[in-house]
Design a protein around this ligand. Structure first.
Ligand SMILES: [Zn+2]
Length: 439
């Protein structure tokens, strides 16, 4: 389990105006900061009482041509491009306020959204992000020939094959999705439509805001647009953009590899639904985690070779891994047999905060021991700053203890930032300072 990654929101309000694709109306969109665990919500400023709609898969209404979400009779159409940009640029919590039923289409890509997210700024909050970790392969298939497979991976990757009618414009691309890769490689890719699909819509006047300025129109072998193609494989890039936007409806960041063949909004939404169902199942079970023993960590015996502490004061059961030179994660399982529960407090056992600080100090000193690579010097705990106890720890909890070296002065002094995490929530944190002395 890597060190906690924090939720993010936008730093300040930013706005962006343009034309709605389906109605052709002018629309102004405002992006506003929101608190932790809020998620992304759309707010219809133009309606009475300004109703909001959660960007969640439960609220998905239709997937024809674009993704529409709604609650009650309120709808927001074509949400996939802005959700894609928010998700890929790392915004977990925000309010998207708008004065129409659809965000502006811009140039048909996510680039205008990336620019306005950057204008608003992305800032860290103080709760860890929620992830969906893919534990075993999952897949969805539709009658139209779309296939999406999700495989375990410690990053978010998408490998996509796009193919048009009669396999025209078959393209493949595989990449890890990060804010940088999204901004440079995915966000500029524009919507594309097949002439035979849009002709009836144009006849019925259903895409009033549609033009060659916000979509590439494919007619036969030709790709028609106002400006030339931005990438030779622009279509598959836009397919990846849509996958990210539709999967954002899961409401958690995905650690996994999406392998997509001829994807579309319907298939993407079906995969998002499968993930949400699996997440609900996992939350209901809250199954114990499998914690590895192996080369990357240290078992109890190895921990005791480094730490002089013994019962009842050894607060580390196992080191589960190191990340580079500067980070460590360890665990301590708390049972009702812990001696401190006898007095803290009878009938209402909660783990004393100072014992959590002690656990963080022990884990940090294992990290420092690895760094100094000598057993003749030992790190002594000098000070604790910024100590915060956020949530109680009860018997039965497993604490993941993370420590990161933030400053070191030669072989004499080191500073660490430490967190105790239970069930993905930070229960305590501290900045601990150590000095080194000969044993
Ligand atoms: Zn799209």
């Amino acid at each position: 389990m890597p060190a906690p990654e924090f939720q993010h929101t936008v730093g300040k309000t930013a706005s962006f105006s343009g034309t709605a694709l389906h109605t052709g109306d002018k629309v102004t969109l405002k992006l506003q900061p929101a608190p932790v665990d809020h998620g992304i919500k759309f707010k219809r400023k133009d309606l009475q009482d300004e109703p909001t709609i959660d960007a969640k898969i439960e609220n998905l209404k239709t997937v024809e041509r674009a993704t529409t979400i709604g609650e009650g009779s309120v709808r927001v159409h074509t949400v996939e491009h802005i959700l894609s940009a928010l998700s890929a640029m790392g915004v977990d919590n925000a309010i998207v306020e708008m004065d129409a039923n659809e965000p502006p289409i811009g140039d048909g890509s996510a680039q205008p959204y990336v620019e306005f997210i950057k204008k608003a700024g992305v800032t860290a909050q103080d709760e860890p992000r929620k992830f969906f970790d893919v534990r075993e392969p999952m897949h969805v298939e539709t009658k139209t020939g779309a296939l999406l497979v999700l495989l375990p991976d410690d990053k978010f990757r998408i490998s996509c094959t796009q193919a048009g009618p009669n396999n025209r414009f078959t393209q493949f691309l595989s990449m890890e999705i990060t804010p940088t890769s999204f901004e440079g490689e995915i966000a500029p890719a524009r919507t594309f439509v097949y002439y035979e699909d849009v002709e009836p819509l144009m006849d019925k006047n259903l895409i009033k805001g549609g033009s060659l300025e916000n979509a590439i129109v494919v007619r036969g072998e030709a790709a028609l647009s106002k400006e030339p193609l931005r990438f030779p494989d622009e279509f598959v890039r836009h397919k990846i953009l849509d996958i990210i936007g539709d999967l954002a409806l899961v409401g958690r960041r995905i650690r996994g590899h999406v392998v997509a063949v001829k994807p579309g909004h319907a298939a993407n939404a079906e995969l998002a639904r499968a993930l949400a169902r699996e997440q609900a199942r996992r939350s209901a079970m809250s199954a114990p985690r499998a914690i590895p023993i192996g080369d990357s960590g240290l078992d109890t015996g190895e921990v005791m070779k480094i730490l002089p502490h013994r019962y009842p004061f050894l607060m580390v059961d196992r080191v589960i891994g190191f990340e580079g030179e500067n980070k460590i994660t360890a665990i301590k399982s708390i049972t009702i047999n812990e001696p401190f529960f006898q007095g803290h407090f009878p009938g209402h056992p909660v783990m004393p905060g100072v014992m959590q600080v002690e656990a963080m100090a022990q884990v940090a000193s294992i990290l420092l021991f690895k760094l100094t690579k000598t057993s003749s010097r030992v790190g002594y705990f000098m000070s604790a700053d910024e100590v915060k106890f956020r949530k109680p720890v009860f018997p039965g909890d497993t604490i993941f203890i993370h420590a990161e070296l933030t400053r070191a002065r030669g072989n004499r002094m080191a500073k660490t930032k430490c967190y105790c995490v239970v069930n993905d929530a930070i229960v305590s944190e501290a900045e601990l300072m150590f000095t080194f002395l000969d044993k």
